[in-house]
Write a protein that binds this ligand. Structure first.
Ligand SMILES: [Zn+2]
Length: 377
């Protein structure tokens, strides 16, 4: 067997009310509570905040959070002398919370830790609570921030893995349909890209990816069509977490690399951006990743086991595409305000995502990227 390393995720509490139980695991003293205004307005944070002795609320996190927002959260925490950090919401508040906990605890400068493995200091105690079933950010050592010119920059370090995460599906039942759809497809892409990750794929990440794909593909449409179905919501939240553990160890690749410029330059939501590029990047990869895609096709449809790998590969791509459409997402870039004239800029921006492109089963150059955006348009 090829040698590998595997970093486990945070310790978990799960079930209804589990977010409020996190207080038992955090130190006494003021806690920087990082979230966004929508999550607060929906009342989702009430029980968790009430369980903490002293809360310093930072609710100004926006979608695709900026460096300024992160530094403002750090400043709020520093001014109040916080002793712990909670990140509560979708991927954006959780990513800001991870980096705020690290910068407050280590005293490091943000510009010295971009990239892989450079954040080696000590962060503050950190707990994360996802309210969408998608990003898996509560499971991963990665945080992504939008910098000058819309460029997404990431910090990837074991120091960012939270101490605790709470998986409470009751927090996700109010998610609007299209958010359920987009975040669910994002989680599916995490599972698929982890399973085909070129450099760091390993037996444990494979196991998590396969189980994640099973849970997510079997429950996405139920969660969309019957939003209060807590069984489907729980399966989606667990599936997203397992996919997070998979890609935390076997990183995502081409779909994400081409999706990021859609968020950075055009402010399309992360999950939607991935859904738009999914079919086209998988088709581009289908020769290089055929064996792996054939295995995943059998996860979606065990009855296809006897078919050849080419047919299985085509089946996987079709089934995932059908899930995107059936979930209610419009699958074309032009449906989301992207002009054909934007494509050269998008392709150039995608080339900046080398940290992701190196994980793709086959190369994607700027000309490929242009062709894939054209196909998605
Ligand atoms: Zn993603």
């Amino acid at each position: 067997m090829t040698p590998f390393t595997f970093n486990p995720g945070p310790r978990l509490v799960s079930g209804e009310g589990s977010a409020a139980r996190l207080a038992e695991h955090l130190p006494a003293g003021p806690c920087l509570f990082v979230t966004d205004r929508d999550v607060v307005a929906l009342g989702l944070t009430d029980a968790c905040r009430a369980s903490l002795s002293e809360v310093v609320l930072f609710d100004a996190v926006e979608a695709d959070p900026s460096k300024e927002t992160l530094l403002a959260a750090v400043e709020a925490g520093r001014a109040a002398g916080v002793t712990s950090v909670v990140g509560f919401g979708g991927g954006s508040p959780m990513d800001v919370a991870k980096l705020a906990a690290y910068l407050l605890g280590s005293g490091d400068d943000l510009d010295s830790i971009w990239g892989v493995g450079l954040a080696t200091g000590q962060r503050l105690p950190l707990a994360l609570v996802p309210t969408t079933a998608g990003t898996g950010s509560e499971a991963t050592p990665v945080a992504v921030i939008t910098c000058e010119g819309g460029e997404k920059r990431g910090v990837n370090s074991p120091a960012l893995v939270a101490d605790w995460a709470a998986l409470d599906a009751s927090l996700t039942v109010g998610m609007p349909r299209l958010l359920t759809a987009a975040t669910g497809i994002d989680a599916i892409v995490h599972a698929v890209e982890a399973f085909t990750s070129a450099r760091l794929k390993n037996p444990l990440s494979d196991m998590y990816a396969v189980e994640a794909l099973k849970l997510l593909s079997a429950n996405l449409l139920t969660a969309c069509n019957d939003p209060t179905n807590i069984t489907a919501r729980s399966a989606m939240l667990l599936g997203a977490h397992l996919a997070g553990l998979a890609f935390a160890n076997a990183p995502v690749a081409g779909v994400h690399a081409l999706a990021y410029p859609l968020g950075g330059l055009h402010h399309l939501p992360h999950g939607l951006s991935n859904a738009l590029m999914l079919r086209h990047v998988l088709q581009h990869n289908s020769d290089a990743a055929r064996g792996d895609y054939a295995i995943l096709a059998q996860v979606l449809e065990p009855a296809c086991a006897g078919q050849g790998s080419q047919a299985q590969c085509a089946l996987l791509i079709d089934r995932l595409d059908q899930l995107v459409v059936a979930s209610g997402l419009s699958p074309k870039l032009r449906d989301h305000g992207i002009e054909q004239a934007d494509i050269p800029t998008l392709a150039r921006a995608a080339m900046k995502q080398q940290r992701l492109l190196v994980n793709n089963p086959c190369p994607i150059d700027e000309e490929d990227a242009r062709r894939l955006y054209e196909a998605a348009w």
